[in-house]
Structures are given as structure tokens and as C-alpha cells.
Design a protein around this ligand. Structure first.
Ligand code: BTN
Length: 323
């Protein structure tokens, strides 16, 4: 078969397509077409077949699948190449390998299951199959490595805005880019980069949204939540992924991949860390202060008791009242 698949052809039309036409378009035999139709049906696609008319796709499966995501995708660059993997170690690792092999800027890899999902600061990210939305986006910005720091807050902003719009829930950002509801985390974001001394080769941003989790393991139950737990609604994961990709593209393009004045204002308005007492470690000791702002470079500005303002740009910051 060539690059186009039966699924691509059937999802682009609501008409019947004959087996002969499918075989001719793909350059395969009619037996190969029939075999693929059977395999698609086994994966949950409902494909009607009518003698002398051919095949028609009527129902897409509920689980994450590229054909259903594309139906709601308006973004042109982010998701230009879109794969949904049945199972993978980590979508970030998968996409970094594709990045090293030259895949296009905007390529997205999502997965129904990750068996070694990664979190920030060397942690793991666990999820049962088909329970959540997990994906990574690769971009190739023509910028110097320090300028790529803006991708982190811009991604947090885009994800937070998309979720607010899609669910109506009061999602907020916990600096630098976790998304929370109330005091609990609902989204984790992990950004990785490959760069030469003076140029970025690619940035991979991995996003995990807790969608349908009904109960978290005891050790994180006080810290984590899901869209289902907050709303009692099982959101359509395919539409949700498309909404996230659409918003990411809008935010990246609108702000030229910079933390523009407008993005900084929106980020600040949604940032739940501000105004709280925060602790972080510096030079081997724990520093406590009040989070009072976000710098143009996306750092958290912390005002100490003596009035000194410190800019924090990495590591773990604990904010009082948030997990
Ligand atoms: C964190 O909050 O610690 C970041 C979690 C990031 C999880 C996502 S799920 C999709 C992508 N693939 C990974 O292995 N990790 C990210």
C-alpha cells in the first residue's frame, strides 16, 4: 500500500467507495482491501458494505484515533502529521527519535497507552489504556536555545485556555506549566529540546491530561484530579485533543513563539501561584517568599521578607495551598 490508507479515503467522504476504486487508489489487490476493512472493523470502526456500491465509514471508535481527531482539527501546522499509537513507551521519546530522523515541524504523536511515560524532574507519568489524553508535539523553531524557554509558559497557557473553553471548568496554571483545578493537578507538561550550541534542532513538548481517571493511587490522591472527577462528564478525547492542538497553534503563531506582552498578561491572570507563599531551594538552603509576578522570560518572581526580589527559573517550587 502507498502512504494513503483506506481509512484516509473513507474518512474524507460520506459516500460509498467501491472496493475496486480503493484498490486502484492504493495500488493494492481487492483482497488486500478486504483484509484491511476487516482489521479496521476489529478495531471498532463501523464500515458498511453494500453490493455494487462499496464501503462507507459510518462510526469512528471512541478511543483516541487520528481519523476522529482530524475531523475537529483546524490547525494547519500543529498536527500536519498526526499519529495515534496503540501503545508506546513515551510519546516524547518516540517523537524525539522521529525528530532525529527529520520529521516535519508540527508533527504530533499521541498514544492510547504509554508503558514508560515520563514526568518532570525524572518522575514517571502513569495512565491506564484509553483513560487519558497523552501526546507530544515537535516543532523546529529557528531560534537560539535560550529563546526556547518561552515554549514552556506558552504551552501551559494554550492548554489552560483550551481546557477552560472545552469544559467550562475553572482551570488555572501552576507555575511553570502544570494545569490545576482547585488545588489539584489535572495536566502535566514535559518539554525537551535538542540543540546545537547556537541553534535549536527541535523542541518536543509532551502533554498528559487526566480525563477519565476515577480514582488515583493513594499517594497522589490529594494532589491529582481528572476532568471526570471535577465535572462528572466523560469528554470526547478526540475532540479534546483537536481543541488542544488548535489552541497550541493559535498561541504559538499569535505570539510568534515568544512570551509577548499579551501572552504574559493572560498567563499572569490565570496563574494560581501568584499571591501565595512559595518555597524553593537555592544554594543548598530553602528559601521562602511570596510569588509576586512573572518576568518577561517566564521566571517566577518571588519577593522575600526583606524586600529582595528573586527570579526562579527551574526546579521544584512549592506553593502553599496547591498540592
Ligand atoms: C509532569 O507534570 O511531570 C509532566 C508530565 C508529562 C506527561 C506527558 S504524557 C505525554 C508525554 N509523554 C511522556 O512520556 N510524558 C509526557
Amino acid at each position: 500500500m502507498n502512504n494513503q490508507t483506506i481509512l484516509d479515503i473513507l474518512t474524507q467522504t460520506s459516500e460509498y467507495v467501491s472496493g475496486q476504486s480503493l484498490a486502484a487508489q492504493l495500488g493494492v489487490t481487492r483482497q488486500a482491501v478486504w483484509k484491511e476493512i476487516r482489521a479496521l472493523r476489529a478495531r471498532g470502526y463501523v464500515i458498511e458494505s453494500v453490493t455494487n456500491r462499496g464501503y462507507r465509514l459510518t462510526v469512528l471508535p471512541e478511543y483516541l484515533n487520528a481519523a476522529a481527531v482530524r475531523r475537529s482539527l483546524t490547525a494547519k501546522i500543529i498536527g500536519c502529521e498526526l499519529e495515534v499509537l496503540e501503545s508506546v513507551g513515551s510519546t516524547n521519546d518516540y517523537l524525539k527519535a522521529r525528530g532525529a530522523n527529520g520529521c516535519k515541524s508540527g508533527t504530533v504523536a499521541a498514544a492510547r497507552e504509554q508503558v514508560s511515560g515520563k514526568g518532570r524532574l525524572g518522575r514517571t507519568w502513569q495512565s491506564s489504556k484509553d483513560e487519558n489524553v497523552m501526546f507530544s508535539v515537535l516543532i523546529r523553531p529557528q531560534i537560539a536555545p535560550p529563546d526556547a524557554a518561552a515554549v514552556t509558559p506558552l504551552t501551559g497557557l494554550a492548554v489552560c485556555k483550551a481546557l477552560r473553553r472545552f469544559t467550562g471548568l475553572d482551570c488555572r496554571i501552576k507555575w511553570p506549566n502544570d494545569v490545576i483545578i482547585g488545588s489539584k493537578k489535572v495536566v502535566g507538561i514535559l518539554t525537551e529540546m535538542s540543540a546545537e550550541f547556537d541553534a535549536v534542532e527541535y523542541v518536543v513538548t509532551g502533554i498528559g491530561v487526566n480525563v477519565d481517571v476515577q480514582a488515583f493511587p493513594e499517594e497522589i490522591a490529594q494532589k491529582a484530579t481528572s476532568l471526570w472527577l471535577e465535572s462528572g462528564v466523560h469528554y470526547d478525547k478526540n475532540k479534546l485533543l483537536a481543541a488542544l492542538l488548535n489552541q497550541l497553534e493559535e498561541e504559538f503563531l499569535r505570539n510568534n513563539l515568544e512570551l509577548s506582552a499579551n501572552a504574559l498578561e493572560e498567563y499572569t491572570a490565570l496563574c494560581a501561584s501568584l499571591g501565595r507563599t512559595v518555597c524553593f531551594s537555592r544554594g543548598g538552603s530553602t528559601v521562602t517568599g511570596k510569588a509576586t509576578g512573572i518576568s518577561k522570560g517566564g521566571e517566577l518572581l518571588v519577593t522575600l521578607e526583606n524586600g529582595e526580589v528573586l527570579a526562579v527559573n527551574s526546579g521544584e517550587v512549592t506553593a502553599q495551598g496547591i498540592y
